[in-house]
Design a protein around this ligand. Sequence first.
Ligand SMILES: Nc1ncnc2c1ncn2[C@@H]1O[C@H](COP(=O)(O)OP(=O)(O)OP(=O)(O)O)[C@@H](O)[C@H]1O
Ligand SMILES: [Mg+2]
Length: 244
Amino acid sequence: MSLLTIENVTKRFGGLTAVDNVSMEIKEGEIVGLIGPNGAGKTTLMNLIAGTFNPEEGKIVFDGHDITKLEPFQVCRRGVSRTYQIPRPFPDMTALMNVGVGVLCGKKRPNMSLVDGMLDASHCLEFVGLFGKRNILARDLSLFELRALELARALATTPRLILIDEVMAGLNQAEGRVAIRLIEKIIEEFHVTILWIEHVMKIIMEATQRVVVLHYGEIISSGLPGEIANDPQVIEAYLGEKIA
Ligand SMILES: Nc1ncnc2c1ncn2[C@@H]1O[C@H](COP(=O)(O)OP(=O)(O)OP(=O)(O)O)[C@@H](O)[C@H]1O
Ligand SMILES: [Mg+2]
């Protein structure tokens, strides 16, 4: 069953069409990679799903509900959560409180006391390996810790779909491996659906089941990771430059 359906969605910034008549579907439980050159419109597409922007044209349906014009907090409550390309914590709040915001904004919010919320947040921090840093202000965390914090906050909302915008950027190899392992663990334990933007092709090839390629706001290809890697159009638009 389709969990997310994007139909003919377009987003313009002035004269620039950042997302151009994009249609795609994600089924429950799928791990879908979203790739393409810098400026292709990947983050913008995520922002449209998450409600940060509303599209000028087209429709976005999540779990049978039209979410095209909803605000981010409403999309979150329906079960869509996200991480940011550049981490966006609340810098003057502790790690625990940052994740607590996720809990209290998420799907379970109406039934949850503050105490239970903080307990939930602790579990999420523990899950990503940050429990020991629970009382540290987010501004004092390393980039790697902030990436883990974002995943914890996303998890805390009890999502069905997590939008991950570049978890590897800026991490060293060892940190990258831990981050990937963490996402694998999230998939195993929470059975979430994931749309995953990543420039590291090895990760896309190994960790995703299907890949969608954006170029100048348009989908130029989609298919199994192995098919995408051999698609001449994708090699010309994106992979050629990466291999070089
Ligand atoms: N808020 C905004 N206002 C104006 N232009 C924007 C805005 N956000 C994105 N853009 C433009 O839209 C286009 C798509 O940007 P987007 O950030 O979606 O690309 P991306 O595929 O995520 O790239 P990258 O791989 O570098 O993160 C770019 O030309 C960008 O400059
Ligand atoms: Mg981006």
